[in-house]
Write a protein that binds this ligand. Structure first.
Ligand code: CAA
Length: 296
């Protein structure tokens, strides 16, 4: 069929325009990474203030990278120029070669986005999702191009984290996986192919239960946040303590991943109540100025 033909036809050299859906923590970080790699990037969110916030975060981050001599000021300026923030979905995707979806970690929200996306995206466009846990197969089945759909999972903060999980859904063809791996490499990332589309894939299957268990230790009164973090950070040797990491990732993101893993994989993944409380209080971590720590 024509989709299969298109997929095997698109090579990395043909990829010029990348559309990132969602300008949140991950969305703006991925847009920044793509712009630094020289792609023309459109970053879309549903409200003007969301895209503006994301754009300002990119500006801040590029400034930091230049300040730390990781890139030159000229590279920072050029990357920023390559990013166009938008609200209108049709203009955001009309030229897209690859779409990277990074909207909230809820199956219903992502499904709605893919349905709308399918209306406007050109036929040749490859769809990827930055989902942290949800089934790539289920998401791909919302679209008319499940063979040109895979996971492209970055880590927070995208501009500093080297790994990208490239996840095959049940219908993904090899050309799509090859293309997205090459795309990740062109962004200076190290792709790891995840063959089995299981909840949380590989990294979050390990990492999110670690953050949950840390929360249970505190919930049960066995240790304090500071004790757990100094142990995980200094003694186990993680780059951040378990709670610092939860604040970095977003407590809501970790919670949504856990909810899904709990539903799909069983009781071992039951979210700790303290995570529910934080989500309800909108104390989500760095992005809201307060989580397990204060950032004001
Ligand atoms: N852009 C630019 N600069 C940034 C930044 C960003 N996005 N985020 C932080 N920085 C800056 C900080 O502001 C800080 O600057 P100042 O010193 O001026 O305050 C500086 O970077 C710190 O960088 P350093 O290299 O000095 O510090 P570091 O060696 O601690 O590295 C880190 C920072 C790379 C974030 C490191 O702490 C780290 O690797 N943390 C672990 C992160 C991690 O595991 N992420 C994965 C989470 S799981 C996930 O994302 C999956 C999911 O689906 C839920």
């Amino acid at each position: 069929n024509r989709h299969r033909f298109d997929a095997s036809d698109m090579k990395l050299d043909d990829v010029e325009h990348i559309t990132v859906l969602g300008a949140g923590n991950m969305g703006h970080g991925i847009a920044e990474v793509a712009a630094l790699a020289g792609y023309d990037v459109r970053m879309r969110d549903i409200k003007e203030e969301f895209v503006q916030d994301g754009y300002e975060q990119i500006e801040w981050s590029l400034g930091k990278l230049a300040e730390k001599d990781r890139i030159s000021q000229e590279e920072a300026d050029e990357a920023l120029e390559r990013v166009t923030p938008l609200v209108d979905l049709e203009s955001a995707v009309e030229d897209a070669d690859v779409v990277i979806e990074a909207v909230p970690e809820k199956m219903e929200i992502k499904r709605d986005v893919y349905e709308e996306l399918e209306e406007y995206a050109p036929e040749h466009t490859v769809f990827t999702s930055n989902t942290s846990s949800l089934s790539i197969t289920d998401l791909s089945e919302v679209t008319e191009r499940p063979e040109r759909f895979c996971g492209m999972h970055f880590f927070n903060p995208p501009v500093r984290m080297d790994l990208v999980e490239v996840i095959s859904g049940g219908h993904t063809d090899d050309e799509t996986l090859d293309l997205i791996e090459e795309l990740a490499e062109s962004m200076d990332k190290t792709p790891v192919r995840v063959r089995k589309d299981s909840p949380g894939f590989i990294v979050n299957r390990v990492l999110v239960p670690l953050m949950n268990e840390a929360a249970w230790i505190v919930e049960m009164g066995d240790a304090t946040v500071a004790e757990v973090d100094s142990t995980t950070k200094f003694d186990i040797g993680l780059p951040m303590g378990a709670f610092e990491l939860a604040d970095q990732v977003g407590i809501d993101v970790g919670y949504h991943v856990l909810e899904y893993m709990h539903d799909q994989l069983g009781d071992a993944y039951e979210p700790c109540p303290v995570l529910v409380e934080k989500v309800e209080a909108e104390e989500l971590g760095k992005k809201t100025g307060k989580g397990f720590y204060d950032y004001e």
